[in-house]
Design a protein around this ligand. Structure first.
Ligand SMILES: [Fe+2]
Length: 272
């Protein structure tokens, strides 16, 4: 199944939802935070603003440990929205469990036509590893998409970060062959933006007219510019993107406000 969204000259707006870490049970926690509850708050915020986006892009770590129940509940939560959704897997996901739940429907699309733009979803997951890598087949797929639509501005989405973000402990987990991805980005001037999850924080950089950015998690946040593992007290959120027909892009972070979510800010590692 293929998704095409076209509103003529109106920009296409995307909500990037990432790293929800839903457990097998609804009461699962990550570093002291109930991930089901935090996602529910984020979904409520999006319901309030549902006129402001046309697509939901989930950039991985939907589940805490790949439980099918997590994907079922995630899908059910997103069913409150009429907008199309696309999902890609993160290192905490089990892509076959994901596929068992959502089948080969629109959510598994690898490309989406968004007005004059194309969105290309890449798989950066290596089985059993925390860090990311882009297989040759993914790089070939990217080239194929970019060469096939040279006139379409492109947004590339993946789970892992393709550049250092300033947190040493996370930067060890970035896409280990990111130079190959960035070489393709530089080669095809229709690439306008690259977005990812995994880092649980807002990162943005514009380099050679290409926007590079991450999104906050819908649960715990990692502290920016921290050499070692450190949580941040910022509330969960999403990234909003507006793709303009001429290839320009605007973006914002939408965060929860006025809610209390327990989190163990003293945690010194992912498993605690
Ligand atoms: Fe991740």
């Amino acid at each position: 199944m293929h998704i095409t969204i076209d509103h003529g000259q109106r920009p296409i707006r995307i909500v990037q939802l990432t790293d929800s870490h839903l457990g097998e049970q609804e009461n699962a926690t990550l570093l002291g935070m109930n991930t089901e509850q935090s996602l529910a708050y984020v979904i409520d915020m999006l319901v309030e603003r549902s006129e402001e986006f046309d697509l939901i892009l989930a950039t991985g770590d939907i589940a805490l440990n790949g439980a099918p129940e997590a994907y079922r509940r995630f899908q059910e939560k997103l069913s409150r929205f009429q907008q199309p959704k696309v999902w890609l897997a993160g290192n905490h996901d089990d892509s076959s469990a994901m596929r068992d739940v959502i089948g080969y429907g629109a959510e598994m699309s690898r490309t989406v036509q968004l007005g004059s733009w194309q969105l290309i979803l890449l798989d950066s997951v290596v089985a059993g590893e925390v860090g990311g890598h882009l297989a040759q087949s993914e790089l070939n797929f990217l080239r194929h998409c970019l060469a096939g639509h040279p006139d379409r501005p492109a947004l590339i989405a993946l789970h892992h970060h393709p550049m250092a973000i300033g947190c040493d402990w996370l930067d060890e987990q970035q896409v280990d062959n990111a130079d190959e991805l960035l070489a393709i980005v530089h080669e095809y001037d229709n690439v306008k933006a690259v977005c990812w999850g995994h880092v649980h924080q807002d990162f943005y950089r514009c380099h050679n007219d290409v926007h590079y950015m991450s999104a906050p998690s819908t649960c715990v946040q990692f502290a920016p510019n921290s050499p070692e593992f450190k949580l941040d007290s910022a509330l969960p959120g999403v990234r909003w993107l507006e793709l303009q027909p001429d290839g320009h892009l605007a973006t914002e972070i939408w965060r929860l406000t006025g809610v209390h979510l327990a989190v163990n800010l003293e945690s010194t590692g992912y498993q605690q």
